[in-house]
Design a protein around this ligand. Structure first.
Ligand SMILES: Cc1cc2nc3c(=O)[nH]c(=O)nc-3n(C[C@H](O)[C@H](O)[C@H](O)COP(=O)(O)OP(=O)(O)OC[C@H]3O[C@@H](n4cnc5c(N)ncnc54)[C@H](O)[C@@H]3O)c2cc1C
Length: 392
């Protein structure tokens, strides 16, 4: 299977480097940042030093220009140590940097991407609204052209990296909005930067179930003035940017699920081997064996699907929605179930923070909602399947 998961020596070296980094730097800080609901900015900057903040961004704009398999390796390994931190990373590297790299013009890329790849700017993407999530084309944020500027009005909800502390905005966002009179699917996308008049932090959202090491915020645009040069692509063309970027987003969210499942499985396996009940290790009992064996088989099925899909994806060419939705549909629930079984196998210890699996279980649930709900994936996939007469 190594050929599927690490198809080249470079992929294998990337995984080794990430696993060491995750074990030494990421896992030790995870519980404290989860408890404090705090984003680890210093650790984020270390990812910049490793060249990972623009993992898929062109080298000439400061990125590492890795392929989809490379992006999956990074997300899987970071998530195995700290899914909350990995989510903040994904919002920056995939939702923001990859999106701008693939859809922006050279002037926008040259100005924004090098500092974003170093971590001097923290980015995010703002699509969801208080009243429009799954029905994203129903968004109501508007953009009105006034001379050489657009004026944005509205609010965006649930924005990862929207704030980097309780009071401080993130630095730069790709914001989707509709120009007055445009059709439902004619969205436009703008680079909105901290400091622009009329752009503010509505609220940092507290008390999330999981992914607490990533910040989530409401962003407010109140007559926010954005220069024409910050419009990404032609007016009305951004629904395509969105759909195209969602493919890599869903694939890397599925890779995050793999990290959660793997770590849960490692912890449950070790515990079932070491803990005795009725004079025997737990893994001698059939019911516990079922938890272990089914988790391993499901994890391997999901991992194979993720890396087989990643190998097919050319980041410059859209058209993989069936499987980018498919991997997230399968792996998000798989990871939640594996983390759930890990809690069950650890018994009372599984239910408390010190033993990690309860955090993994809380973090896993988000992946059934963020980046598209399970129901959205089912809807998209059924639509794509209905166009096929036979399967390859
Ligand atoms: C921690 C976190 C981080 C996030 N980060 C970001 C981010 O960085 N940027 C961003 O733009 N968004 C972000 N989101 C938003 C996320 O993408 C949305 O929450 C998600 O798309 C669902 O939208 P909603 O919450 O409005 O739920 P709704 O769309 O209101 O859905 C509620 C329920 O109804 C179901 N439903 C809705 N329509 C249908 C239908 N047609 N058929 C069947 N069922 C349906 C849904 O599946 C769901 O179960 C984040 C969310 C969270 C919780």
């Amino acid at each position: 299977m190594a050929k599927l998961f690490d198809p080249t020596p470079e992929h294998a070296a990337l995984r080794d480097m990430l696993r060491r980094f995750a074990d030494e730097q990421v896992r030790p800080q995870a519980a404290a940042h989860d408890r404090a609901e705090r984003f680890n900015h210093d650790l984020f900057l270390q990812l910049g030093e490793l060249g990972l903040l623009g993992v898929t961004v062109a080298e000439r704009f400061g990125g590492s220009e890795l392929d989809a398999v490379g992006a999956c390796i990074v997300h899987e390994e970071l998530s195995a140590a700290d899914p909350g931190f990995a989510l903040a990373y994904l919002a920056h590297a995939i939702l923001f940097a990859n999106n701008l790299d693939k859809n922006g013009d050279d002037a926008q890329r040259a100005r924004i991407l090098p500092p974003a790849c170093e971590g001097k700017l923290i980015g995010g993407m703002a699509m969801s609204e208080p009243d429009a999530g799954t029905d994203v084309l129903g968004m109501s944020t508007t953009a009105k052209r006034e001379g050489d500027e657009y004026v944005l009005d509205g609010a965006k909800m649930w924005i990862t990296n929207g704030a980097i502390s309780d009071t401080e905005l993130g630095d730069v966002f790709l914001v989707y909005a509709r120009v007055a009179g445009a059709a439902r699917n004619e969205l436009s996308m703008f680079i909105v930067e901290k400091g622009m008049a009329g752009f503010g932090l509505g609220q940092k959202i507290h008390d999330k179930l999981g992914m607490r090491a990533s910040t989530t915020a409401e962003l407010v645009f109140d007559g926010c003035r954005v220069p024409l040069a910050n419009r990404v692509g032609p007016e009305g063309s951004a629904a395509l940017h969105m759909m195209r970027n969602l493919e890599l987003e869903r694939l890397t969210l599925a890779a995050m699920s793999l990290g959660i499942a793997r770590r849960s499985l490692e912890l449950m396996n070790a515990y079932a081997r070491d803990r005795k009940s009725f004079g025997e290790p737990l893994n001698h009992f059939g019911q516990v064996q079922r938890h272990l064996a089914e988790s391993y088989a499901e994890y391997m099925a999901g991992r194979s699907y993720v890396y087989a899909t990643a190998a097919e994806i050319d980041l410059d060419v859209p058209g993989h929605r069936l499987d980018s939705d498919g991997v997230k549909l399968y792996c998000s629930t798989m990871a939640k179930n594996v983390a759930d079984r890990a809690i069950q196998v650890l018994g009372g210890y599984g239910y408390v923070g010190e033993y990690e699996v309860e955090r993994l279980w809380r973090d896993a649930k988000l992946l059934e909602i963020g980046g598209g709900t399970l129901e959205a994936h089912q809807k998209n996939m059924t639509r794509d399947l209905s166009r096929l007469d036979s399967l390859r």
